[in-house]
Design a protein around this ligand. Structure first.
Ligand code: FE2
Length: 306
C-alpha cells in the first residue's frame, strides 16, 4: 500500500539515526572518556640563552577514588621528569578524593609545582541535565550544595612544596630560569580577586606566567595587560562533546570557541601572551562522556625566543 511504502524509508532512517546515536553514546562513555592522551607543545617564551624548560600541565582531574585507570595513567606521567608541574584545578569529584588525588600525583609532588583551585575543589558534583552543558555558555554556576575538603587538598599540595597561586603572586627558580607567577582563585565562581595581585610583570624575571582555572576574558586581559607572557588555564574540558570537523560547541565561559583548548595568542593592553588551555583529564561523574575531545595532559616545552 502507498502509506506503507512511504513509511518504510522513514522508519529505516529513524532506526539508523537511533543506532548511530546509541553507538556514539557507547563510544563516548565506554571508550573515549578513558582514552588519555599526552600532548606536546613548544612555546618560544624564554630569553635568548636560557635552557629549555619542560612544564607538565594537568587540569580537571575530577577524581573519584575508584577511577584506577585514570590514577595509573597520571601517576605514570612522573616518568617524564618535568621541570615544573602546573595544575589548574577541579581535582576533586568525591568527598573522600583528597588522599587519592595526592596519591595520584605521587612522584610528581616531588617536582616543583604551582596550583590554583576550580569550582570542583570547593563543591561536590551534583546531578545535572546533560544537555544543559551544551547551552550553558558564560553564566557562572550559582553553587552550591555540599562542600568538599578544600583545606585538606590545599594543605597536601602546599606541604609537598607546590605554590598556591589562588589570588597570589610567587617566584620560583627552576633550573636557570627565574619564573614569576600570578594567579587567581576560580573566576567561574567569581572567587577571583585580581585587584589584590595586579601589577606589572617583574622586570628581573625571565617570564611571568598567569595561572587560572577558568579562562574568563577579564582574567586573561588583566594578566596580559600586566605583562604576563604565558597564560595557563583549564575548565573548558575542550568542549567535552565536540563535532568532528567543527570543534567545540561551548567553552563554559566567555572564551571564544576557537580557543577552547590548546595553544593560541591573547592580546590586551598593548601586550601579547601565549595562552594554553587544557581539555583536562576528567569529567563530572554525572556527565561521564567525551566525544572527539580526548582527556589529556600537556607537556609544554618552553624555549628561548628566536
Ligand atoms: Fe572541570
Amino acid at each position: 500500500m502507498p502509506q506503507h511504502s512511504a513509511l518504510k524509508p522513514a522508519a529505516l532512517a529513524v532506526g539508523g539515526l537511533a543506532l548511530t546515536g546509541a553507538a556514539c553514546v557507547a563510544y563516548a562513555t565506554g571508550y573515549e572518556v578513558r582514552a588519555f592522551a599526552l600532548r606536546h607543545a613548544v612555546l618560544p617564551v624564554l630569553p635568548v640563552g636560557r635552557a629549555p624548560l619542560r612544564v607538565l600541565h594537568l587540569s580537571d582531574l575530577h577524581l573519584v577514588p575508584s577511577q584506577r585507570a585514570k590514577r595509573e595513567w597520571v601517576r605514570g606521567l612522573a616518568d617524564l621528569e618535568p621541570d615544573l608541574v602546573v595544575t589548574t584545578g577541579d581535582n576533586l569529584a568525591h568527598l573522600d578524593a583528597v588522599p587519592a588525588v595526592l596519591d595520584t600525583y605521587g612522584e610528581l609532588l616531588h617536582r616543583p609545582g604551582v596550583f590554583v583551585l576550580g569550582s570542583n575543589d570547593y563543591w561536590a558534583p551534583e546531578p545535572r541535565n546533560w544537555a544543559a552543558y551544551l547551552w550553558r555558555k558564560s553564566a557562572p554556576d550559582d553553587v552550591q550544595g555540599t562542600r568538599l575538603p578544600t583545606d585538606d587538598l590545599v594543605r597536601g599540595l602546599s606541604e609537598a612544596g607546590w605554590l598556591d597561586l589562588d589570588n597570589a603572586r610567587g617566584r620560583l627558580r627552576v633550573g636557570d630560569v627565574d619564573l614569576e607567577f600570578v594567579g587567581v582563585d576560580d573566576p567561574h565562581l567569581r572567587y577571583d580577586r585580581y585587584e589584590d595581585v595586579a601589577g606589572p610583570a617583574a622586570a628581573d624575571a625571565d617570564l611571568t606566567v598567569g595561572v587560572t582555572h577558568a579562562p574568563y576574558r577579564r582574567t586573561l586581559d588583566a594578566m596580559t595587560s600586566d605583562g604576563a607572557g604565558l597564560l595557563i588555564a583549564g575548565h573548558t574540558h575542550g568542549g567535552q562533546v565536540c563535532v568532528p570537523g567543527y570543534g567545540a560547541l561551548v567553552t563554559n565561559c566567555d572564551l571564544p570557541r576557537e580557543q577552547v583548548k590548546g595553544l593560541s595568542r591573547w592580546s590586551a593592553g598593548g601586550h601579547d601572551a601565549w595562552l594554553h588551555v587544557s581539555a583536562g583529564l576528567g569529567t563530572s561523574p554525572y556527565s561521564p562522556f567525551r566525544f572527539a575531545c580526548r582527556p589529556e595532559a600537556t607537556l609544554l616545552e618552553l624555549v628561548p625566543v628566536r
